[in-house]
Design a protein around this ligand. Structure first.
Ligand code: ZN
Length: 392
Protein backbone atom coordinates (compact mmCIF):
# COMPACT_ATOMS: atom_id res chain seq x y z
CA UNK A 1 0.00 0.00 0.00
CA UNK A 2 1.11 3.56 -0.76
CA UNK A 3 -0.34 6.77 0.58
CA UNK A 4 0.05 9.76 -1.72
CA UNK A 5 -0.82 13.41 -1.25
CA UNK A 6 -0.29 16.76 -3.01
CA UNK A 7 -1.40 20.40 -2.75
CA UNK A 8 -4.72 19.53 -4.42
CA UNK A 9 -6.24 16.20 -5.50
CA UNK A 10 -8.82 16.25 -8.31
CA UNK A 11 -10.88 13.05 -8.07
CA UNK A 12 -13.14 14.28 -11.00
CA UNK A 13 -16.18 12.68 -9.34
CA UNK A 14 -16.58 14.95 -6.31
CA UNK A 15 -14.93 18.21 -5.30
CA UNK A 16 -11.17 18.89 -5.42
CA UNK A 17 -9.55 17.99 -2.11
CA UNK A 18 -6.86 20.36 -0.79
CA UNK A 19 -4.06 18.14 0.50
CA UNK A 20 -6.27 15.08 -0.10
CA UNK A 21 -4.72 11.68 0.61
CA UNK A 22 -5.03 8.68 -1.72
CA UNK A 23 -4.28 5.11 -0.67
CA UNK A 24 -3.40 2.81 -3.54
CA UNK A 25 -2.39 -0.87 -3.59
CA UNK A 26 0.40 -2.59 -5.58
CA UNK A 27 -1.91 -3.08 -8.57
CA UNK A 28 -2.77 0.63 -8.67
CA UNK A 29 -6.29 0.07 -7.30
CA UNK A 30 -7.60 2.94 -5.18
CA UNK A 31 -8.27 1.76 -1.61
CA UNK A 32 -9.22 5.12 -0.09
CA UNK A 33 -9.47 8.80 -0.89
CA UNK A 34 -9.59 11.01 2.16
CA UNK A 35 -9.61 14.64 3.24
CA UNK A 36 -6.53 16.01 5.00
CA UNK A 37 -6.49 14.99 8.67
CA UNK A 38 -3.60 14.15 11.01
CA UNK A 39 -4.43 10.42 10.66
CA UNK A 40 -4.89 10.37 6.86
CA UNK A 41 -1.65 12.31 6.42
CA UNK A 42 0.37 9.82 8.47
CA UNK A 43 2.87 7.94 6.31
CA UNK A 44 1.85 9.74 3.09
CA UNK A 45 4.34 10.75 0.39
CA UNK A 46 3.57 14.44 -0.18
CA UNK A 47 4.17 16.20 -3.49
CA UNK A 48 4.11 19.82 -4.62
CA UNK A 49 1.57 20.24 -7.39
CA UNK A 50 -1.76 18.64 -8.19
CA UNK A 51 -2.83 15.03 -8.58
CA UNK A 52 -5.26 14.04 -11.35
CA UNK A 53 -6.35 10.64 -12.70
CA UNK A 54 -4.56 9.11 -15.70
CA UNK A 55 -5.52 10.67 -19.04
CA UNK A 56 -7.45 9.10 -21.91
CA UNK A 57 -6.38 9.84 -25.49
CA UNK A 58 -9.61 9.38 -27.43
CA UNK A 59 -8.10 9.75 -30.92
CA UNK A 60 -4.72 8.67 -32.23
CA UNK A 61 -3.16 6.96 -35.28
CA UNK A 62 -0.28 5.10 -33.67
CA UNK A 63 0.63 3.51 -37.03
CA UNK A 64 1.62 6.95 -38.42
CA UNK A 65 4.20 7.64 -35.69
CA UNK A 66 7.13 7.29 -38.12
CA UNK A 67 5.98 10.41 -40.00
CA UNK A 68 6.74 12.84 -37.19
CA UNK A 69 7.86 16.16 -38.69
CA UNK A 70 7.56 14.92 -42.30
CA UNK A 71 4.40 16.79 -43.32
CA UNK A 72 4.34 20.60 -43.34
CA UNK A 73 2.11 22.60 -40.97
CA UNK A 74 -0.58 25.02 -42.11
CA UNK A 75 -1.37 23.47 -45.50
CA UNK A 76 -5.09 22.76 -44.79
CA UNK A 77 -6.60 19.29 -44.81
CA UNK A 78 -6.58 18.18 -48.47
CA UNK A 79 -2.87 18.86 -49.16
CA UNK A 80 -2.16 17.33 -45.74
CA UNK A 81 -3.95 14.08 -46.63
CA UNK A 82 -2.24 13.98 -50.06
CA UNK A 83 1.15 14.27 -48.34
CA UNK A 84 0.32 11.50 -45.86
CA UNK A 85 -0.78 9.18 -48.68
CA UNK A 86 2.36 10.01 -50.69
CA UNK A 87 4.84 9.61 -47.85
CA UNK A 88 3.48 6.98 -45.47
CA UNK A 89 5.37 4.12 -47.14
CA UNK A 90 8.76 5.86 -47.08
CA UNK A 91 11.31 4.46 -44.66
CA UNK A 92 9.49 1.22 -43.73
CA UNK A 93 12.23 0.15 -41.21
CA UNK A 94 11.27 3.07 -38.96
CA UNK A 95 7.59 2.04 -38.67
CA UNK A 96 7.79 -0.50 -35.83
CA UNK A 97 10.42 1.30 -33.68
CA UNK A 98 8.41 4.54 -33.99
CA UNK A 99 5.22 2.77 -32.88
CA UNK A 100 7.00 1.34 -29.82
CA UNK A 101 8.52 4.69 -28.93
CA UNK A 102 5.20 6.54 -29.29
CA UNK A 103 3.31 3.95 -27.22
CA UNK A 104 5.91 4.24 -24.43
CA UNK A 105 5.90 8.05 -24.63
CA UNK A 106 2.12 8.08 -24.14
CA UNK A 107 2.55 5.98 -20.98
CA UNK A 108 5.22 8.39 -19.69
CA UNK A 109 2.90 11.30 -20.52
CA UNK A 110 0.32 9.93 -18.08
CA UNK A 111 -2.04 8.36 -20.62
CA UNK A 112 -3.91 5.18 -19.60
CA UNK A 113 -6.02 4.35 -22.66
CA UNK A 114 -6.11 5.23 -26.34
CA UNK A 115 -8.76 5.21 -29.06
CA UNK A 116 -6.59 4.31 -32.04
CA UNK A 117 -7.35 4.28 -35.75
CA UNK A 118 -5.80 1.37 -37.68
CA UNK A 119 -5.67 0.98 -41.44
CA UNK A 120 -3.25 -1.93 -41.14
CA UNK A 121 -2.01 -4.36 -38.47
CA UNK A 122 1.38 -2.65 -37.82
CA UNK A 123 0.50 -1.60 -34.26
CA UNK A 124 -1.04 -4.86 -33.03
CA UNK A 125 2.11 -6.54 -31.63
CA UNK A 126 3.00 -3.43 -29.61
CA UNK A 127 -0.58 -3.15 -28.35
CA UNK A 128 -0.38 -6.72 -27.03
CA UNK A 129 2.60 -5.85 -24.77
CA UNK A 130 1.66 -2.23 -24.05
CA UNK A 131 0.93 -0.90 -20.55
CA UNK A 132 -1.95 1.07 -22.11
CA UNK A 133 -5.47 -0.07 -22.89
CA UNK A 134 -6.44 0.33 -26.55
CA UNK A 135 -9.71 0.60 -28.41
CA UNK A 136 -8.66 -0.08 -31.99
CA UNK A 137 -10.83 1.38 -34.72
CA UNK A 138 -10.29 -0.57 -37.94
CA UNK A 139 -11.02 2.17 -40.45
CA UNK A 140 -12.72 1.83 -43.83
CA UNK A 141 -13.22 4.20 -46.77
CA UNK A 142 -14.09 3.73 -50.41
CA UNK A 143 -14.39 7.35 -51.61
CA UNK A 144 -18.04 6.47 -52.22
CA UNK A 145 -17.18 4.08 -55.06
CA UNK A 146 -19.22 1.39 -53.26
CA UNK A 147 -16.85 -1.46 -54.04
CA UNK A 148 -17.09 -4.67 -52.05
CA UNK A 149 -13.27 -4.97 -51.98
CA UNK A 150 -12.78 -2.38 -49.22
CA UNK A 151 -14.67 -4.39 -46.62
CA UNK A 152 -13.08 -7.66 -47.77
CA UNK A 153 -9.61 -6.08 -47.55
CA UNK A 154 -10.05 -4.80 -43.98
CA UNK A 155 -11.71 -7.87 -42.52
CA UNK A 156 -8.48 -9.87 -42.09
CA UNK A 157 -6.91 -6.87 -40.31
CA UNK A 158 -9.85 -6.70 -37.91
CA UNK A 159 -9.66 -10.43 -37.29
CA UNK A 160 -5.93 -10.30 -36.48
CA UNK A 161 -6.58 -7.88 -33.61
CA UNK A 162 -7.17 -9.62 -30.26
CA UNK A 163 -10.21 -8.81 -28.12
CA UNK A 164 -9.54 -8.77 -24.35
CA UNK A 165 -10.39 -6.60 -21.33
CA UNK A 166 -7.65 -4.17 -22.31
CA UNK A 167 -7.83 -4.46 -26.13
CA UNK A 168 -11.15 -3.68 -27.80
CA UNK A 169 -12.00 -3.25 -31.47
CA UNK A 170 -14.64 -2.12 -33.92
CA UNK A 171 -15.02 -1.30 -37.61
CA UNK A 172 -15.33 2.44 -38.23
CA UNK A 173 -16.05 4.73 -41.18
CA UNK A 174 -13.28 7.24 -42.03
CA UNK A 175 -15.29 10.42 -42.72
CA UNK A 176 -18.58 11.61 -44.23
CA UNK A 177 -16.81 12.54 -47.48
CA UNK A 178 -15.13 9.18 -47.99
CA UNK A 179 -17.65 6.43 -47.19
CA UNK A 180 -20.51 5.18 -49.40
CA UNK A 181 -23.93 4.29 -48.00
CA UNK A 182 -23.23 0.68 -48.90
CA UNK A 183 -20.00 0.65 -46.90
CA UNK A 184 -21.70 2.29 -43.90
CA UNK A 185 -24.23 -0.54 -44.04
CA UNK A 186 -21.50 -3.21 -44.06
CA UNK A 187 -19.82 -1.52 -41.08
CA UNK A 188 -23.08 -1.45 -39.11
CA UNK A 189 -23.77 -5.10 -39.87
CA UNK A 190 -20.25 -6.12 -38.80
CA UNK A 191 -20.43 -4.22 -35.48
CA UNK A 192 -23.36 -6.17 -34.09
CA UNK A 193 -23.44 -8.27 -30.93
CA UNK A 194 -22.72 -5.66 -28.24
CA UNK A 195 -22.49 -1.92 -27.77
CA UNK A 196 -19.18 -0.80 -29.22
CA UNK A 197 -17.40 2.50 -29.68
CA UNK A 198 -17.40 3.76 -33.26
CA UNK A 199 -15.56 6.88 -34.41
CA UNK A 200 -15.68 9.08 -37.51
CA UNK A 201 -13.58 12.09 -38.54
CA UNK A 202 -16.08 14.93 -38.78
CA UNK A 203 -16.24 18.44 -40.26
CA UNK A 204 -12.51 19.07 -40.16
CA UNK A 205 -12.42 21.56 -43.05
CA UNK A 206 -14.86 23.92 -44.84
CA UNK A 207 -14.43 21.84 -48.05
CA UNK A 208 -16.08 18.87 -46.34
CA UNK A 209 -19.31 20.75 -45.61
CA UNK A 210 -19.25 22.23 -49.13
CA UNK A 211 -18.91 18.80 -50.72
CA UNK A 212 -21.85 17.31 -48.85
CA UNK A 213 -24.05 20.39 -49.04
CA UNK A 214 -23.44 21.48 -52.61
CA UNK A 215 -21.46 18.69 -54.28
CA UNK A 216 -18.66 21.17 -55.10
CA UNK A 217 -15.30 22.37 -53.78
CA UNK A 218 -11.74 21.13 -53.47
CA UNK A 219 -12.64 17.51 -52.63
CA UNK A 220 -13.98 17.03 -56.18
CA UNK A 221 -10.51 17.68 -57.67
CA UNK A 222 -8.95 15.55 -54.94
CA UNK A 223 -11.15 12.57 -55.93
CA UNK A 224 -10.49 13.18 -59.65
CA UNK A 225 -6.77 13.15 -58.85
CA UNK A 226 -7.10 9.49 -57.85
CA UNK A 227 -8.91 8.77 -61.15
CA UNK A 228 -12.14 7.99 -59.29
CA UNK A 229 -15.70 8.77 -60.32
CA UNK A 230 -17.18 11.97 -58.87
CA UNK A 231 -20.76 10.85 -59.70
CA UNK A 232 -21.56 9.69 -56.12
CA UNK A 233 -20.78 13.17 -54.73
CA UNK A 234 -24.23 14.69 -55.07
CA UNK A 235 -25.48 17.75 -53.17
CA UNK A 236 -27.48 16.80 -50.08
CA UNK A 237 -28.28 20.39 -49.05
CA UNK A 238 -27.12 19.66 -45.50
CA UNK A 239 -23.82 19.84 -43.63
CA UNK A 240 -21.53 16.81 -43.58
CA UNK A 241 -22.55 15.43 -40.19
CA UNK A 242 -26.13 14.82 -41.41
CA UNK A 243 -24.87 12.27 -43.91
CA UNK A 244 -23.04 10.48 -41.08
CA UNK A 245 -26.12 10.54 -38.84
CA UNK A 246 -28.27 9.12 -41.62
CA UNK A 247 -25.95 6.16 -42.02
CA UNK A 248 -24.49 5.37 -38.57
CA UNK A 249 -26.00 3.25 -35.81
CA UNK A 250 -26.99 5.32 -32.73
CA UNK A 251 -26.92 2.22 -30.49
CA UNK A 252 -23.11 2.47 -30.33
CA UNK A 253 -21.04 5.05 -28.46
CA UNK A 254 -20.29 7.40 -31.35
CA UNK A 255 -17.20 9.62 -31.41
CA UNK A 256 -17.25 12.60 -33.75
CA UNK A 257 -13.62 13.64 -34.11
CA UNK A 258 -12.25 17.16 -34.84
CA UNK A 259 -15.51 19.12 -35.37
CA UNK A 260 -13.69 22.35 -36.23
CA UNK A 261 -16.55 23.36 -38.58
CA UNK A 262 -19.40 21.94 -36.46
CA UNK A 263 -22.16 24.43 -35.61
CA UNK A 264 -24.52 24.47 -32.65
CA UNK A 265 -27.30 23.21 -34.95
CA UNK A 266 -25.12 20.26 -35.97
CA UNK A 267 -24.56 19.44 -32.29
CA UNK A 268 -28.31 19.60 -31.57
CA UNK A 269 -29.03 17.32 -34.54
CA UNK A 270 -26.48 14.71 -33.40
CA UNK A 271 -27.66 14.75 -29.79
CA UNK A 272 -31.26 14.26 -30.93
CA UNK A 273 -30.09 11.37 -33.10
CA UNK A 274 -28.30 9.42 -30.36
CA UNK A 275 -27.90 9.13 -26.60
CA UNK A 276 -24.25 8.07 -26.74
CA UNK A 277 -22.66 10.93 -28.69
CA UNK A 278 -19.12 12.12 -27.83
CA UNK A 279 -17.18 14.98 -29.39
CA UNK A 280 -13.43 14.43 -29.55
CA UNK A 281 -11.29 17.51 -29.95
CA UNK A 282 -7.65 17.38 -31.15
CA UNK A 283 -6.66 21.04 -30.84
CA UNK A 284 -2.94 20.77 -31.59
CA UNK A 285 -3.64 18.75 -34.75
CA UNK A 286 -6.26 21.31 -35.81
CA UNK A 287 -3.67 24.06 -35.39
CA UNK A 288 -1.06 21.96 -37.20
CA UNK A 289 -3.25 21.24 -40.23
CA UNK A 290 -5.89 23.95 -40.52
CA UNK A 291 -4.73 26.58 -38.04
CA UNK A 292 -8.18 26.81 -36.47
CA UNK A 293 -9.99 25.45 -33.41
CA UNK A 294 -13.58 24.32 -32.80
CA UNK A 295 -16.06 26.73 -31.21
CA UNK A 296 -16.06 25.14 -27.74
CA UNK A 297 -18.76 27.55 -26.51
CA UNK A 298 -21.29 25.90 -28.85
CA UNK A 299 -20.49 22.51 -27.27
CA UNK A 300 -20.78 23.93 -23.74
CA UNK A 301 -24.16 25.46 -24.61
CA UNK A 302 -25.45 22.01 -25.57
CA UNK A 303 -23.92 20.12 -22.60
CA UNK A 304 -21.94 18.09 -25.10
CA UNK A 305 -19.79 15.20 -23.88
CA UNK A 306 -16.31 16.34 -24.89
CA UNK A 307 -13.19 14.18 -24.93
CA UNK A 308 -9.63 14.92 -26.05
CA UNK A 309 -7.36 13.27 -28.63
CA UNK A 310 -3.85 13.90 -29.88
CA UNK A 311 -4.35 12.68 -33.46
CA UNK A 312 -1.09 11.22 -34.82
CA UNK A 313 2.54 12.34 -34.71
CA UNK A 314 2.06 13.22 -38.40
CA UNK A 315 -0.04 16.19 -37.30
CA UNK A 316 1.27 16.87 -33.82
CA UNK A 317 4.54 17.63 -32.07
CA UNK A 318 3.92 15.10 -29.26
CA UNK A 319 1.29 12.66 -27.97
CA UNK A 320 0.36 14.36 -24.70
CA UNK A 321 -3.13 15.06 -23.40
CA UNK A 322 -1.67 17.63 -20.99
CA UNK A 323 -0.30 19.58 -23.98
CA UNK A 324 -3.77 19.47 -25.61
CA UNK A 325 -5.31 20.83 -22.39
CA UNK A 326 -2.78 23.67 -22.32
CA UNK A 327 -3.69 24.62 -25.90
CA UNK A 328 -7.43 24.60 -25.23
CA UNK A 329 -7.04 26.73 -22.10
CA UNK A 330 -4.64 29.12 -23.79
CA UNK A 331 -6.84 29.89 -26.81
CA UNK A 332 -10.32 29.64 -25.27
CA UNK A 333 -9.54 30.74 -21.73
CA UNK A 334 -13.22 31.13 -20.74
CA UNK A 335 -13.11 27.36 -20.18
CA UNK A 336 -12.15 26.25 -16.68
CA UNK A 337 -9.33 23.86 -15.83
CA UNK A 338 -11.86 21.54 -14.13
CA UNK A 339 -14.02 21.37 -17.26
CA UNK A 340 -11.15 20.52 -19.56
CA UNK A 341 -9.70 18.06 -17.02
CA UNK A 342 -12.97 16.13 -17.10
CA UNK A 343 -12.77 15.99 -20.92
CA UNK A 344 -9.21 14.61 -20.57
CA UNK A 345 -10.10 11.88 -18.08
CA UNK A 346 -13.61 10.65 -17.25
CA UNK A 347 -15.28 11.65 -20.53
CA UNK A 348 -12.59 9.89 -22.54
CA UNK A 349 -12.97 6.76 -20.39
CA UNK A 350 -16.75 6.80 -20.94
CA UNK A 351 -16.27 7.34 -24.69
CA UNK A 352 -14.09 4.23 -24.94
CA UNK A 353 -16.12 2.16 -22.45
CA UNK A 354 -13.19 1.94 -19.99
CA UNK A 355 -14.94 3.82 -17.15
CA UNK A 356 -15.08 0.80 -14.85
CA UNK A 357 -11.36 1.22 -14.13
CA UNK A 358 -10.37 4.59 -15.57
CA UNK A 359 -11.24 8.26 -15.61
CA UNK A 360 -11.69 9.21 -11.94
CA UNK A 361 -10.06 8.63 -8.57
CA UNK A 362 -12.66 6.42 -6.87
CA UNK A 363 -12.54 3.39 -4.61
CA UNK A 364 -11.96 0.20 -6.61
CA UNK A 365 -10.83 1.87 -9.83
CA UNK A 366 -7.25 1.72 -11.16
CA UNK A 367 -7.17 5.08 -12.97
CA UNK A 368 -3.43 5.79 -12.81
CA UNK A 369 -2.29 8.87 -10.89
CA UNK A 370 -0.55 11.84 -12.48
CA UNK A 371 1.23 14.65 -10.67
CA UNK A 372 1.14 17.97 -12.51
CA UNK A 373 4.09 19.91 -11.15
CA UNK A 374 6.42 22.79 -11.96
CA UNK A 375 9.90 21.94 -13.27
CA UNK A 376 11.20 23.94 -10.30
CA UNK A 377 9.17 22.96 -7.21
CA UNK A 378 9.76 26.33 -5.52
CA UNK A 379 7.72 28.10 -8.25
CA UNK A 380 3.97 28.73 -7.95
CA UNK A 381 1.83 26.35 -10.00
CA UNK A 382 1.21 27.52 -13.58
CA UNK A 383 -0.60 25.14 -15.91
CA UNK A 384 1.11 26.57 -19.01
CA UNK A 385 4.52 25.52 -17.74
CA UNK A 386 3.75 22.46 -15.62
CA UNK A 387 4.72 18.94 -16.65
CA UNK A 388 3.27 15.55 -15.93
CA UNK A 389 4.96 13.00 -13.69
CA UNK A 390 3.41 9.59 -13.53
CA UNK A 391 3.07 8.46 -9.90
CA UNK A 392 1.03 5.26 -10.43
ZN1 ZN B 1 -7.50 11.23 -37.20
Amino acid sequence: MRKISADIVYPIVGKPLPKGVITVDEQGVIQAIEADTPESRMGAQTYKGIIVPGFVNAHCHLELSHMKGKVATGTKLIPFISNVVKRRDEDPESVLPSIKQADEAMYENGIMAVGDISNCADTFEQKKISKLKYYTFVELFDFKQAEQTEFDNRKPIYEQHPETDTLKKSYVPHAPYSVSEQLFKQINEANTGEQRTVSIHNQETPDENELLEKGTGAFIDFVKGFGLSTDPFVATGRSAIHYALKNMDPAHRTLFVHNTMTTENDIIAAQRWGKHVYWVTCPNANLYIENRLPDYQAFLNQNAMMAIGTDSLTSNWQLSILEEMKTILQYQSYLSFETVLQWATLNGALALGFQKDLGSIEYGKAPGLNLLAMPDPTEDFDLRRCRVIRLV
